[in-house]
Design a protein around this ligand. Structure first.
Ligand code: PLP
Length: 378
């Protein structure tokens, strides 16, 4: 990437530098396609997962409504990332669409039965269904092939946000039966600000960004050659090493979970341990505000995440935990520890060494009352 950053060449230019950059982009497209079980022509490079999700949800919804004005309903799970929730809420508030949120189990999973219930007796008004492959907060994995088997009965377009998946799971676009799938480089060890929408040739979208038409008729804008090469390399290397990485990180995560339970006996482990990304450990620490705990741990050199969003400076409960049936107060006391391919036993031990005191101090600070404005998707 650093070599490419120093070399000129727009991959859409016809001169030698441009053709050299184009070759790098197309070789990267082949690598990304190979790693994801797709064809190179199905890979549309974007500036990350958020953009790919917006193209999928808005682009497919608009295209479907153009073809059949009755198709104005969108289905998505209630635990999607904001890069899915917010475009849908915008389509509902500003563009005449309606939404049916698909309910999840207490461990955050979408079942084929729940999808059928949300589709209802007459799903002929559905424009697009979007269900994530793996949840970014609690790591729950959905059986996407079982879900697309349901929508295939009605010929409904299915998009999956697979941003969290390829680092830890084998992803085969062709076998999943989806029309479109989102991936992001920085979740597979690549750079920020680059990703892809994998989109089957039979699926058409109305573009969001008009211009030079660099990525078929789906997306315009000069491509970031260095970022794309970084993305493809990370995915390629990560896929080859995945079996070893998964085994090592799963053992570390299980150790982390056991040790947290030993030092903080009232900590609640959220989600399912089986159907879950191996790098994810997610807890509720009763009586603590997740944000306080995060800052106390950060001061000790442990960087972790809360699921909650911040609204006007007040931490809001995680919409994922609420959808899984948690009460608002518990949903604000959550913390996610994510391991990466470079995590070690020393990292886990460093967390366990500082966690009891951080929890003690966060409990003393207490949890302010949840404001009445806290909404599920705010
Ligand atoms: N979808 C999921 C499930 C994510 O976890 C993320 C990022 O964390 C995104 C979408 C957004 O991707 P990006 O950061 O590449 O815009």
């Amino acid at each position: 990437m650093t070599e490419l950053l120093a070399s000129p060449g727009n991959p859409s230019s016809l001169h030698s530098s441009g053709r050299r950059a184009r070759r790098q982009v197309e070789e990267s497209r082949e690598k990304v396609a190979r790693a994801l079980g797709a064809r190179p022509a199905e890979v549309v490079f974007t500036a990350g997962g958020t953009e790919a999700n917006n193209i999928a949800v808005k682009g497919i919804a608009w295209d479907q409504r153009d073809k059949d004005p009755k198709r104005t309903r969108i289905l998505a799970s209630s635990v999607e990332h904001h890069a899915i929730l917010d475009p849908i809420e915008w389509l509902v508030s500003s563009d005449g669409f309606t939404v049916t949120w698909v309910e999840v189990t207490p461990t955050g999973e979408v079942t084929p039965d729940a999808l059928r219930t949300a589709l209802g007796d007459d799903p002929s008004d559905v424009a697009v269904v979007s269900i994530m492959m793996a949840n970014n907060e609690v790591g729950t994995i959905n059986d996407i092939a079982a879900l697309t088997a349901v929508t295939a009965e009605y010929g409904i377009c299915f998009h999956t946000d697979a941003v969290q998946a390829p680092a830890w799971l084998e992803v085969n676009f062709a076998a999943l039966g989806v029309c479109a799938m989102t991936v992001s480089a920085h979740k597979v060890g690549g750079p920020h600000g680059v990703g892809a929408l994998v989109i089957s040739r039979s699926c058409t979208v109305t573009p969001l960004i008009h211009g030079g038409g660099q990525e078929r008729d789906v997306r315009s804008g000069t491509l970031d050659t260095a970022g794309i090469v970084g993305f493809a390399t990370a995915l390629d290397v990560g896929t080859a090493r995945r079996p070893e990485t998964v085994a090592r990180v799963a053992a570390l995560r299980d150790d982390l979970v056991a040790k947290v339970a030993a030092v903080i006996p009232d900590a609640v482990f959220n989600g399912s341990i089986e159907s879950r990304l191996v790098n994810n450990a997610h807890f509720t620490f009763p009586g603590c505000l997740g944000d306080s705990l995060l800052m106390l741990l950060d001061a000790q050199g442990v960087e972790c995440s809360v699921g909650s969003a911040c609204n006007a400076g007040v931490p809001q409960p995680s919409h994922v935990l609420l959808a899984m049936g948690s009460d608002a107060e518990s949903a604000r006391g959550t913390l996610r520890f994510s391991l990466g391919h470079s995590s070690t036993q020393a990292d886990v031990d460093a967390l366990i060494a500082v966690l009891p005191e951080a929890v003690e101090r966060a409990k003393r600070a207490g949890v302010p009352r949840t404001p009445a404005t806290a909404g599920m998707h705010s």
